[in-house]
Design a protein around this ligand. Structure first.
Ligand code: HEM
Length: 288
């Protein structure tokens, strides 16, 4: 308990080493390590996403996809699915790559860089631009500052979960998220009134209709937008920062990458096309 309260990462690692993939502690059952995670994804019908991801609600919202169990029976309504097909994702990768490249190009030899914060800004800006358009992306700094207050809540020790709604940090998180929601609502109202049809995820959320003609409520639209932004940059920027660190701290990897770009420059070849390499496309349906 003390290790977990002191540092979640090494605390969880310690639990896994001592008790293996399943361990009960402080009213929670921890499923740790690759085997347990594989089991969870392969048997999602045994788990309630709502209960497991309740901790994310102050960031993602009550109706966000990741905290809802609703879809485990019928497939996701088309309104939510549109804009996440593979051709669109190719476009998003190109936008993300452009933002990441702009960030890396802004670094100068000898300057000290906080990799994680640099990539957070770049990926956050890229995610908002790709999925919800330049106008909302112009508010990236506000999204970053306000969402951080809510995201900081997730770093609290799980031991505080039973009482967290009474803690000042929780109230600050809810207030901060309301500011982000107001930004999204302004753009949703503008999209509704404007006679434009930009083919992005926001338009699909605002204009999408189910078979019975019903659409998403403003609350549902805002929750999908905010949860996609948070889910998009929190994870990807961490992955990019770790990948860059791996290249920088390992001379062999660094030399391999450096010699490859030297060869490319000597051959006068442009930087490789950033379209994503052929990959296995998962169906996205849980449990498959
Ligand atoms: C390195 C990058 C990423 C990692 C490691 C990652 C990891 C994950 C994991 C572990 C889940 C939970 C899956 C589940 O419980 O079913 C998840 C769900 C989700 N992620 Fe990602 N993610 C990444 C990037 C992204 C990006 C770029 C987006 C969108 C812009 C995104 C949007 C989502 C959404 C919407 C869900 C909920 C899906 C559902 O409930 O069915 N993620 N992600």
């Amino acid at each position: 308990m003390v290790d977990l309260a002191r540092d979640q990462f090494s605390g969880l690692e310690g639990l896994y080493r001592r008790f293996g993939p399943v361990c009960r502690l402080g009213g929670y059952t921890y499923l740790l390590g690759p085997e347990a995670n594989q089991f969870v994804f392969a048997h999602s019908e045994l788990f309630s996403w709502r209960e497991a991801f309740d901790v994310l609600v102050p960031v993602d919202g009550e109706t966000a996809m990741i905290v809802s169990d609703a879809r485990r029976s019928p497939p996701a309504p088309p309104a939510r699915a549109t804009g996440l097909h593979s051709a669109a994702i190719d476009g998003y990768v190109a936008i993300m790559a452009t933002h990441a490249r702009k960030t890396v190009d802004s670094w100068h030899p000898g300057s000290e860089i906080d990799l994680y914060q640099e990539f957070r800004r770049a990926i956050r800006h890229g995610t908002i631009t790709a999925l919800f358009g330049e106008r909302l992306a112009a508010d990236e700094p506000v999204f970053g500052a306000q969402l951080q207050i809510a995201l900081d809540l997730l770093d609290q020790s799980p031991l505080l979960l039973p009482i967290r709604k009474n803690l000042p940090a929780y109230k600050r998180a809810i207030t901060a998220r309301e500011k982000v929601r107001d930004l999204v609502q302004t753009e949703v109202d503008r999209r509704r009134s404007a006679d434009e049809d930009s083919a992005d995820v926001l338009t699909a959320l605002v204009r999408g209709r189910d078979e019975d003609g019903s659409g998403l409520s403003d609350l549902e639209i805002a929750d999908q937008v905010i949860s996609l932004i948070a889910a998009g940059y929190e994870t990807t920027s961490a992955a990019m920062a770790w990948a860059t660190r791996a290249v920088l701290v390992d001379p062999a990897i660094f030399e391999q990458r450096a010699s490859r770009s030297r060869r490319r420059r000597r051959a006068g070849r442009p930087r490789p096309d950033r379209r994503r390499p052929a990959a296995t496309v998962l169906s996205g349906q849980r449990g498959q």
